[in-house]
Design a binder for this molecule. Structure first.
Ligand SMILES: [Zn+2]
Length: 279
């Protein structure tokens, strides 16, 4: 190889380096939103096109969508396909038609029929988000749902306490679960024990407001994220209209978390774990 070519190559690399370094900071990572609802009433405050535009602006390239009713997710998917093909939406079957269903979905004949019909679409990556606490996890329909998910290779997206989580896993050993909010307030030592025991659980981090303490990543959280580098994902949880207003703030919060992680771990948390689970 001629000497002058090597010199050219070397200076080209030098020039490219700062650009590459900038491109790889946390701010520039694509994001996977592992907890998005586009519910019926959200249409009053944000149109499907505005949702897509917001995602583009915030570099949310991947979305776990779970809407009440499911048409919210389906409309976004259709629009993204037409106007933003780089955005990838992973739809989950939400077993709710109205907000009140979250109290008794597991006892409701109406919901049982709804889930049955929705499953026929054959597009869902999982079932949820559903709410489940304490002894409700023993309801026969919860057993059915857990086993159905296991049989079909679907994820469960469960907003549940530790007891209900263990019950779901007992109903259908090996079933894959995205644990919404990672238990919300479950102590980190308990999350650690559950993750060690059940390798197929992933933790979604919306409403875990304890990640940062005075802007600094909590050392106990850093240890947990480092111990389980492939098990956590971010989420916004737009469960009420007001929450849509906060999406940019929520993403800014996550950027602060990501900026304090080694890049490979930041990439995992930002989008790679979600993709590895759902693609
Ligand atoms: Zn939610």
């Amino acid at each position: 190889m001629p000497h002058h070519f090597l010199r050219y190559l070397f200076s080209a690399l030098l020039l490219a380096l700062p650009l590459a370094a900038i491109a790889q900071t946390a701010e520039h990572l694509p994001l996977f939103d592992g907890h998005m609802h586009y519910n019926q009433e959200a249409r009053e405050v944000i149109s499907p096109q505005e949702v897509i535009d917001l995602w583009k602006r915030l570099k949310i390239h991947y979305v776990l969508a779970t809407s009440r009713p499911n048409e919210g997710s389906l409309d976004l998917m259709e629009l993204a396909k037409k106007t933003a093909p780089s955005i990838k939406i992973f739809p989950f079957l939400r077993p709710y038609q109205i907000q009140a269903d979250h109290y008794d979905w597991f006892k409701s004949e109406k919901i049982r029929a709804y889930v049955h019909t929705e499953l026929k679409r054959g597009i869902y990556k999982g079932i949820g988000e559903f709410h489940l606490f304490g002894k409700d996890a023993q309801a026969p329909y919860v057993v059915t749902i857990a086993q159905l998910a296991k049989e079909r290779g679907l994820w469960l997206h469960a907003h549940c306490d530790e007891y209900a989580l263990e019950q779901l896993l007992a109903h259908a050993p090996g079933v894959k679960i995205i644990w919404a909010h990672t238990g919300m307030s479950t102590p980190l030592s308990q999350i650690d024990a559950l993750f060690a025991k059940h390798p197929q659980i992933m933790g979604e981090l919306s409403f875990r407001n304890d990640l940062l303490v005075e802007e600094k990543l909590d050392p106990a959280w850093l240890r947990l994220l480092t111990k389980y580098p492939t098990r956590f994902m971010l989420g916004t949880d737009t469960w009420i209209n007001q929450r849509w207003t906060y999406v940019p703030e929520l993403i800014a919060y996550y950027h602060k978390v990501l900026a304090q992680l080694p890049l490979p771990l930041a990439e995992n948390l930002a989008f790679k774990n979600g993709l590895a689970a759902l693609e």
